[in-house]
Design a protein around this ligand. Structure first.
Ligand SMILES: Cc1cc2nc3c(=O)[nH]c(=O)nc-3n(C[C@H](O)[C@H](O)[C@H](O)COP(=O)(O)OP(=O)(O)OC[C@H]3O[C@@H](n4cnc5c(N)ncnc54)[C@H](O)[C@@H]3O)c2cc1C
Length: 457
């Protein structure tokens, strides 16, 4: 397909494979051709990066046009004095790593997969395992070039057109199409991470370990067994990491300290039959995983991929959930509500009988500047749940718990939130809408998610 204007139709979905919609797609190769998409007709438009958001944020039904940005993937310039890379929005984080890790640079913030684009990363102001220290990726974005609904281009940053910048960052593609990003990379001495793994027997233990060890490490995350109950509720493996120095390396690793060989183990060649992942199989897996590490405290030096992107080693792992797909529920709770709130949420998940593989627990720093910012100072929990009977009821209960406790659900993962709960969770929506009304009064940029949540000027 080589179309700047939307001629072809494709069936698209997010990473959770639900919902899936027939979409008219345009796949321009040059940034200038994006304007032709906007001028071609007056149908609604949404940009799509790598489709790694889980739900319907990068989807639009065939009444509109979905702009695939994967061919707008040129790296444009790099300044080794400042570490600032300018690149088109369709460049994937993987491509940046492949070029820059061997030159001593890493991403300032990275999600749990490197298969996302710069545009998608900025549109949700993604966070990583260092959010409590560094905040979201927007803190490292020097500039964004944006294509607006009127076909004009504008550059925005913290200093220039700041309102537009903060509405675009975390604005889920609804302010305009990000065409170019200037991102400050992080200097590294090696392509390795000094990692420490600790076992926590329950949630209280996990919180205490986070607090004790976070000052010594840039990155932290816990894999939590969300089917463990009673005295073991919240038992987890905590992982801390910092970029290794040459002194941390073995003599073999020291021979090529910046050598970066991306991990690629296997791919899932077919969908697993429905029902393979049930409460019993998942419980057994989690128990094994937890028991696998015998030592309570383990230190190793590992490569970038196994530390940051263990799931990328298996292509299309989302097929494991079968054709019906799955959702990822990710919420953040303010610090003072985190302990009780997480206990309540874990109990709700257990009572539902809907199994989830090991879930992820992270600490977050204060909200970032984006008007629809997700983070808040506290704990964030993310868990995958297969789409089965009872899912909708469970999610409604979880969303209610999160809202009641002053928390938020992450829109990058969402496919089920309702408009009223969304508004409760995102109090700066009105302020964001004021910017939207100014730059996109006709609501040219919309998505299936925006329509579900009633987001319109
Ligand atoms: C395994 C896995 C782990 C993850 N871990 C994390 C994590 O740790 N932290 C985190 O924050 N997120 C995480 N995510 C979510 C992911 O980082 C975000 O959903 C990200 O937005 C996906 O980028 P994408 O390029 O795939 O964008 P898409 O999914 O294609 O689109 C996402 C949003 O960005 C908008 N968009 C895309 N490109 C543009 C553009 N050029 N201009 C304007 N808007 C655009 C779309 O309209 C849509 O609203 C994870 C996802 C997966 C699958």
């Amino acid at each position: 397909m080589d179309a700047a204007s939307p001629t072809d139709t494709m069936r698209l979905s997010g990473w959770g494979r639900y919902p899936a919609v027939e979409s008219r797609v345009a796949r321009p190769e040059k940034r200038d051709a994006l304007q032709a998409v906007l001028e071609g007709d007056d149908q609604p438009v949404i940009a799509r990066g790598a489709g790694r958001s889980y739900g319907d944020a990068a989807l639009l039904n065939s009444g509109g046009a979905t702009v695939l940005t994967d061919r707008l993937n040129r790296m444009l310039a790099f300044d080794p004095d400042t570490g600032v890379l300018r690149a088109e929005a369709g460049v994937r984080l993987r491509e940046i790593l492949e070029v820059f890790v061997p030159r001593g640079w890493f991403l300032p913030v990275t999600p749990g997969t490197k298969e996302v684009t710069l545009g998608g990363a900025v549109a949700f102001d993604i966070h990583g395992k260092n959010h409590h220290r560094d905040g979201g990726i927007s803190n490292f974005v020097h500039e964004v070039e944006l294509l607006k609904a009127d076909g004009g281009k504008v550059t925005c940053s913290v200093e220039q057109n700041a309102e537009l910048f903060w509405a675009t960052v975390s604005g889920a593609g609804l302010i305009g199409i990000i065409t170019e990003v200037a991102l400050e990379l992080r200097p590294i001495e090696t392509a390795y991470v000094a990692k420490r793994t600790l076992k926590a027997d329950d949630l209280g233990d996990a919180f205490a370990l986070f607090e004790e060890h976070e000052p010594d490490y840039l990155y932290s995350v816990a894999w939590i067994d969300c089917l463990a109950s009673g005295d073991s509720l919240g038992r987890s493996h905590l992982m801390f990491g910092r970029h290794a120095t040459p002194d941390d390396l073995t003599s073999k690793q020291r021979q090529d300290p910046l050598g970066y060989e991306p991990d690629h183990l296997a791919s899932l060649p077919f969908d697993l039959p429905e029902g393979v992942l049930n409460e019993h199989t998942v419980k057994a897996f989690n128990k094994l995983y937890y028991a696998h590490q015998r030592k309570r405290d383990k230190r190793t030096v590992v490569g970038i991929d196994p530390f940051f992107y263990p799931l990328d080693a298996i292509d299309d792992w989302n097929r494991m959930y079968g054709e019906s797909g799955f959702v990822q529920f990710q919420c953040v709770l303010p610090m003072e509500e985190s302990y009780d709130g997480l206990e309540e949420i874990l109990s709700q998940v257990q009572e539902s009988g809907l199994a989830s593989f090991l879930a992820v627990l992270k600490r977050m720093g204060p909200p970032d500047g984006g008007l629809l910012t997700f983070p808040t100072k506290g704990y964030t929990l993310a868990l995958d749940i297969p789409r089965r009977d009872g899912l909708e009821d469970l999610l409604r209960d979880l969303h209610e718990t999160v809202a009641r406790r002053g928390g938020r659900v992450y829109l990058a993962k969402d496919a089920y939130l309702r408009p009223d709960t969304f508004r409760e969770m995102y109090p700066a929506l009105e302020e964001w809408l004021e910017v939207k009304r100014r730059v996109d009064p006709e609501n040219r940029f919309t998505s299936a998610q925006a329509q579900r949540l009633g987001i319109e000027p």
